[in-house]
Design a protein around this ligand. Structure first.
Ligand code: MN
Length: 261
C-alpha cells in the first residue's frame, strides 16, 4: 500500500486513536502518536494504583567491602551514578518465580542485590534533612550486570552502558510504601543462589544512605516523581548461569525470586 492509499483508506485512524488525549490548548500536545509505547509501571503493595517509572538511577560501589572487591579505594569518595532505561524493569510478583533471560554477549553474568527507593516527589539540590520526603517507598531489586563487558569498557575508559543498561537488567518486586514499612536505617539484605547464601550484609553498611543518595543525585539531575534509585550492592557479587534460581531478601519485604533461563 503506498502512502496515498494508506492515508485515504483510513488505516491511520486506528493508530491515531491510541494517542493519549490532549489536555491543553498547546498545538504540539494535540499531535497524534505514530504508535503507542508502554509506560513501565510497578505495583504498589496493598494499593490499587500503579507506580509509573520515569528513570532508573543506580549508585555504584556503595558498600565498603564491595568497593574493595571491585578494586577501588573504599574511603568515602563521592557517590557516583549511572542509569538503566526504565523499560529494563522486569517485574516479579511475590510468591512467583520469574524466568529471566540470560543476556547476549556475556560469559560472566552477575547478580547485585539492592534496596530500591521509589520517589513520588522531585527536586533539585534537596537537602539531606528533607530528602526522605521524596521517597514514596522501597522495593527489592537486582542490578544485573554483564561483568565482563562492564570491566572491558572500564579498562578502555568507555561508557559502561553495555554492561549495565541492557534489556531486562532490572528485576524488581512491588513497591512497599514508606508510610507502612518506614524508612530503612538498617536491615538484612541477603541473596541466595540455588539455596546457598551468596550475599549477606546489612543496609546500615551503606557508605551513602538513601537520604544522602537522593540529596547528591539531586545536585546532578532534577529528580522527578517516578524516579527510582538502586542504592548499591553489598560484597560477594558473583555469576549465575541458565538454570540458577536467585532469591533476594530485604528485611520487611517479600522475597524476589528469579530463575535464569
Ligand atoms: Mn549495582
Amino acid at each position: 500500500m503506498d502512502r496515498r492509499s494508506m492515508l485515504s483508506s483510513g488505516a491511520l485512524v486506528g493508530l491515531g486513536a491510541v494517542a493519549g488525549c490532549a489536555t491543553n490548548s498547546d498545538a504540539a500536545t494535540d499531535a497524534k502518536t505514530l504508535f503507542s509505547v508502554p509506560q513501565p509501571m510497578l505495583p504498589v503493595a496493598g494499593a490499587s494504583e500503579m507506580f509509573p517509572v520515569r528513570r532508573i538511577y543506580c549508585i555504584g560501589r556503595n558498600y565498603v567491602a564491595h568497593a574493595r572487591e571491585m578494586g577501588s579505594d573504599p574511603t568515602r569518595e563521592p557517590p557516583f551514578f549511572f542509569q538503566k532505561p526504565s523499560d529494563a524493569i522486569q517485574y516479579v510478583a511475590p510468591g512467583t518465580t520469574a524466568d529471566h533471560p540470560y543476556p547476549t554477549l556475556t560469559k560472566n553474568y552477575h547478580y547485585e542485590l539492592e534496596l530500591v527507593a521509589a520517589l513520588h516527589r522531585g527536586g533539585k539540590n534537596v537537602p539531606i534533612e528533607r530528602a526522605l520526603d521524596l521517597v514514596y517507598g522501597y522495593a527489592v531489586g537486582l542490578d544485573m550486570t554483564r561483568r565482563d563487558l562492564q570491566r572491558a569498557m572500564g579498562e578502555e575508559k568507555k561508557p559502561w552502558e553495555i554492561g549495565k543498561s541492557f534489556d531486562h537488567s532490572a528485576p524488581i518486586g512491588p513497591i512497599h510504601r514508606a508510610a507502612q514499612i518506614g524508612h530503612y536505617a538498617a536491615g538484612a539484605i541477603v541473596l541466595k543462589v540455588n539455596g546457598a547464601i551468596k550475599q549477606n550484609a546489612n543496609l546500615n553498611q551503606m557508605i551513602w544512605n538513601v537520604a544522602e543518595q537522593v540529596s547528591k543525585l539531586s545536585q546532578a539531575f532534577e529528580l522527578m516523581p517516578g524516579d527510582i534509585i538502586f542504592s548499591g550492592t553489598p560484597e560477594n557479587v558473583g555469576p549465575v548461569v541458565p538454570g540458577d534460581v536467585m532469591e533476594g531478601f530485604i528485611a520487611g519485604m517479600p522475597t524476589l525470586n528469579v530463575k535464569v533461563v
